[in-house]
Design a binder for this molecule. Structure first.
Ligand code: PLP
Length: 331
């Protein structure tokens, strides 16, 4: 069997008892373990010496994705200013990572959670959130995610006293989670060395919060937002802005230098390379982020060095159908 070619030998660290103890983290609740994710160097993908690529491993959040951060921040801020009480149910229209994050945080903090989603969402999506005790409300198959949004708005308008509806697309707590967390954590580790930050845009919370924090520290850091090239794409979690409802928190003039369009095929190919060459089995939006980082890396003039930072929002296994997770009693 031939060994795969490696540009750089991966750093092998001794897994001694001392290192294991150092890595162990204590949390009073699962929500205390949100954030503080590892930064991993993608050494094997770097195109040449002097151009570093680092990725923030957001799949290491306990709910499995970057969305744990904004879900917790929106819920915490709602509790702090009295909009969320234990008499209310947290409600939103999402079947993706945010739904999992609300479900996990709600369960841990003792709040009921209800999610509105089209009936034809995959069984896996339904089962993951239901496993946390979340109530699912189904909207019409025919109306897609817009139908789910309309339905949640109607439910909240009819009985506002029953619900806390965070509306992640226009909630400042969304980007603040990344301003206070993601951006600060990246600065703490890589500080003066960062030349670029690139991340995909969905609600735009990640890029707006991290971008603002990085620009505040150093105006010359290039902040690049990544969007799917076409309206019809296969990059779950990302939005093609020209054909979407623009999120209220999207203010690119504040901190975004460039928007880079990414073809689905390139993102999927790079996701595969990230698994094969770095041992990181990531989702397709993470593939898009790394593909974008590689493009930026190739643009760096030969006589310059660069330190490009990106983000891996979730893991590839989120897109598998899990084994059946149902309770059966047999007598
Ligand atoms: C897998 C994945 N990638 C990227 C994003 C985009 O992040 P943001 O909403 O902060 O722009 C999301 C958001 O839901 C996501 O689920």
């Amino acid at each position: 069997m031939t060994e795969p070619a490696r540009k750089h030998a991966p750093a092998v660290m001794a897994l001694d008892a001392e290192a294991a103890v150092r890595r162990s983290v204590v949390g009073g609740s699962i929500v205390d373990l949100i954030g503080g994710t590892p930064l991993i160097r993608l050494r094997n993908l770097e195109p040449r010496a002097g151009v570093e690529i680092w990725a923030k491993a957001e799949f290491c959040n306990p709910g499995g994705s970057v969305k744990d951060r904004p879900a917790l921040q929106m819920i915490r801020d709602g509790i702090a200013d009295g909009r969320l009480t234990h008499q209310k149910t947290i409600i939103d229209s999402t079947s993706g990572n945010t739904g999992v994050a609300y479900s996990m945080v709600g369960a841990a903090l003792g709040y009921r959670v209800a999610l509105v989603m089209p009936e034809n969402v995959s069984a896996a999506r339904k089962q993951i959130t239901q496993a946390y005790g979340t109530e699912l409300i189904f909207s019409s198959n025919m109306e897609g995610s817009d139908g789910a949004i309309r339905m949640v708005r109607e439910l909240v308008a009819k009985n506002p006293e029953l619900y806390f509806y965070p509306v992640q697309y226009s909630n400042d707590s969304n980007w603040r989670a990344h301003y206070l967390g993601t951006g600060a954590e990246i600065l703490e580790r890589l500080g003066d060395r960062i030349t670029h930050f690139i991340a995909g845009i969905g609600t735009t919370g990640t890029i707006m919060g991290t971008g603002r924090r990085l620009k505040e520290a150093r105006r010359d850091i290039q902040v690049v937002a990544l969007e799917p090239e076409d309206a019809l794409h296969g990059l779950e979690g990302l939005k093609h802005m020209a054909s979407s409802i623009i999120p209220g928190i999207w203010k690119p003039e504040d901190c975004v230098d460039r928007v880079l369009p990414m073809p689905t095929e390139e993102a999927w190919d790079v996701a595969e390379r990230v698994a094969h060459e770095e041992g990181l089995f990531v989702g397709h939006s993470a593939g898009a982020s790394v593909a974008g980082a590689l493009r930026l890396a190739r643009e760096v003039p030969a006589d310059r060095e660069a330190c490009i930072v990106t983000l891996l929002p979730d893991r590839g296994d989120r897109y598998f159908t899990p084994l059946k997770w149902e309770k059966h009693y047999e007598w």
